[in-house]
Design a protein around this ligand. Sequence first.
Ligand code: B12
Length: 219
Amino acid sequence: MSVDVLSSIKDSLVNLDMDKTIDFVRRAVELGFKPMDIINVLADGMRVVGVRYERGEYFVSDLIVASEIFKEVMSILEPLITRVGEVVRPFGRVVIGTVEGDVHDIGKNLVITMLRANGFEVIDLGVDVPPKRFVEAVKQHKPDIVGMSALLTSTMVNMKRVIEALEEEGLRSSVKVIVGGAPITEKFAREIGADAYGENAVIAVDICKKLVEELHRGK
Ligand code: B12
């Protein structure tokens, strides 16, 4: 039954059934599954939706429905995650956004949820964020870390433009840069001069903690 409920969550999302997905998520919470276990199967489901879109079985309208279901479910799970992180003093400050030309924000929002739950202060610049806006935000908020998300191969190059803009303004050494998103790799992160790559929202928290320590040690 318990494993069934997780696969039922995934199936309902893949079949774009909002009511069933919510029902199974509530059941999984009652059964004591951790929010992250549930989020992981949902993320898996989103990948399947993406594959169906790629094969021409689903349309953009279906991607929109899937993302609406994901967001609805997150409104159930988010309070369960944030309850854990009752931290008085912020661990560090992060400015984060999805790069220019890209409106995907589910993954970024998940990273934000996990960072906040673990005591980070996060300034969310939203989606389709041009390099200039990242620069302004660094000047205004003086973060420890700049985070960038990209889901499209056509927009991942814009991460490099943000790093270049930070360099031009003499701000690059004052922050650590972490990048993530489905098409991003460790190798790409290195090539564009980022300090780190985070494969998922959970890993991102540990990496950001290390980056803050490194920044304060002057590394
Ligand atoms: C939902 C979705 C949409 C929704 C987005 C809604 C929203 N509010 O986000 C909508 C319908 C808007 C959409 C539009 C488009 N999409 Co779309 N979309 C998807 C889909 C199915 C799921 C993405 C998702 O939410 N995944 C779930 C989350 C949890 O995972 P994630 O984003 O990868 O995030 C995790 C990690 O990557 C990481 N992470 C993410 N960001 C960051 C940042 C940092 C700093 C760190 C450390 C980590 C990190 O942590 C996250 C959590 O663990 C993907 C399929 C896929 N395989 O990704 C396609 C996909 C990304 N889309 C695709 C395409 C082509 C498009 C469109 C061009 C379609 C069109 N013809 O209009 C448009 C582009 C719009 C634009 N300009 O941005 C392609 C991209 C192909 C490519 N290689 O470039 C994909 C891969 C589908 C496919 N297989 O063809 N899309």
